[in-house]
Ligand binder design. Structure first.
Ligand code: ADP
Length: 303
């Protein structure tokens, strides 16, 4: 897969505080990259640097393999913190304002985008009259002006009611699937990202402590009984007899049995009956939330 964004030791220091600390992340084409971290972890600051709003103290980043970021600016759309809307202007006029900023003279894209993000009925409303959910849609609409290949969205679901959350999630998935837009989305709430992200980055006190695909995460958090210290060839014979066919031999001899972990005692007894006494037999696999909480040193919320 082609790389869309690569950062190299990106760092931001405010006074004596290193709020983004040597972050090297990688986002590939088509990814929905969920950046998760507690409040204050450095997500917004990282996104601001990538979005060209804040200058890095050190480090670098490149979009689409291009080091000169001025060349790729038009391919990126950003919604960082709340959208800057002019309250007395209508939805359409706000879009028009940003259109002009980007030097787009054709107005056709405005109606097209408003329709796509689902707020065309409100296009004549002043933005001060909009609900939070509609403002978010408009913010995403503004970020879509110029039809970017990548969208950077800082906490796009923050503060929305449950229906609003579902709507925005559907919109983001649609953008990704139908238009092939690569997404970088931050959140401090795991529940918002776990149904969306294809790759996760975990940030804790400015440090990217983990980067993992959804598939890798499923594999890591898969429940299993782990048997150590026995000849795996003999172990698997017993497992087959017990009709436990989903197993894997790892690290030169440990046997992982993917099954209800409550079966560990039964497996142990079955092995014992054949004179095989394991050095260790235990269970592995945590739920997603526990995995992230441990990575982040506690504090992730689920909703
Ligand atoms: P998050 O988005 O994960 O909640 P932020 O990037 O907003 O985190 O903030 C990370 C840290 O950087 C916080 O401790 C915050 O107070 C600090 N910070 C953010 N912006 C500034 C700034 N302009 N000046 C000084 N400190 C800042």
């Amino acid at each position: 897969m082609a790389s869309v964004l690569r950062t190299d030791s990106l760092t931001k220091v405010y006074g004596k505080n290193t709020v983004v600390d040597h972050v090297s992340m990688n986002i590939e084409q088509g990814d929905i990259y969920g950046l998760i971290g507690r409040n204050g972890a450095g997500k917004t600051t990282l996104m601001k640097m990538i979005g060209g709003v804040a200058a890095p103290t050190s480090g670098a980043y490149e979009f689409f393999g291009e080091k000169d970021n001025t060349k790729t600016l038009s391919r990126i759309g950003c919604l960082i913190e709340s959208p800057s809307l002019y309250p007395e202007l209508t939805v359409w006029e706000n879009m028009m304002f940003y259109n002009k900023l980007l030097g787009i003279t054709d107005k056709k894209n405005i109606d097209e985008i408003l329709d796509y993000v689902g707020i065309s009925e409100a296009k004549k409303k002043k933005t001060k009259q909009l609900s939070l959910g509609m403002k978010q849609r408009l913010g995403i609409g503004i970020a879509l002006i110029g039809y970017p290949d990548m969208l950077i969205l800082d906490e796009p679901i923050n503060g929305l009611d449950p229906t609003g959350i579902v709507d925005i999630r559907k919109l983001l998935l649609k953008l990704n699937k139908e238009k092939g837009v690569t997404l970088l989305i931050s959140s401090h709430i795991l529940g918002e990202l776990e149904r969306l992200a294809t790759r996760f980055g975990v940030i804790d006190r400015g440090v990217l402590v983990d980067e993992i695909t959804y598939e890798e995460l499923l594999e890591k958090t898969r429940k299993a009984v782990r048997i150590e210290g026995l000849d795996p060839r003999k172990v698997v014979v017993t497992l087959e007899e017990m009709k436990l066919n989903d197993y894997k031999v790892i690290d030169g001899g440990k046997v992982m049995v993917y099954c209800d972990t409550g079966l560990s005692g039964k497996i142990n007894r079955a092995l014992g009956e054949k004179g095989m006494y394991a050095e260790s037999i235990g269970t592995v696999g945590q739920d997603l939330e526990t995995y992230f909480v441990e990575k982040m040193g506690g504090g992730v919320q689920n909703a």
